[in-house]
Write a protein that binds this ligand. Sequence first.
Ligand code: GDP
Ligand code: MG
Length: 179
Amino acid sequence: EYQLASSQHQFRILLLGDADVGKTSLLQRYIEGDFGADPPPSSTVGVEFYSRMLQLASGPRIKLQFWDTAGDERYRSITRSFYRNTVGVLLVFDVTNRKSFNHVEDWYQEVASVQGSDKVVFLLVGHKCDLQQARQVSTQEAETLAAVWGMSFLETSAKTNSNVTLAFETLVHEIQQSL
Ligand code: GDP
Ligand code: MG
């Protein structure tokens, strides 16, 4: 299934970001509609595949193929070959983790070096926005970075289900606009 390339009716989308920023939880909230229902995935090993159908207003039915990668450096060489045929990337950082924000550029460059950044639609995602007290990255700072890179930015929480659907639908909408 994961051999299939992206097309107008099938989008391959990656979630990239450091370990523990909440990539798996974000995807689980979107696909399953829950948070922390299963014992938390200790640390995703390699790449996991998920899919769901989505139809935005007046658009075609699209199969979204998600690749949830491990942030672990050891798996980077595995995931690198998977960047091909990707049309959308959620660049995820944790708003309570400064380092994860600093590393977003590495993830961005890595995709750009394999795929060419012009062929991929990126969305910058500041996750765990429910943890306001522990925040280390301001909304404005992330908005500024996203503007420099020419991408949209949204803050999400899988815990409170804030902006989760909006984040995925924004990305899909922008992919459709880019085709
Ligand atoms: P991944 O390594 O990027 O896939 O991150 P996980 O999805 O495994 O989440 C890492 C940790 O962050 C887990 O303990 C989750 O329960 C927690 N987490 C994920 N999303 C949120 C969120 O929106 N809010 C809060 N407070 N915690 C979250
Ligand atoms: Mg994970």
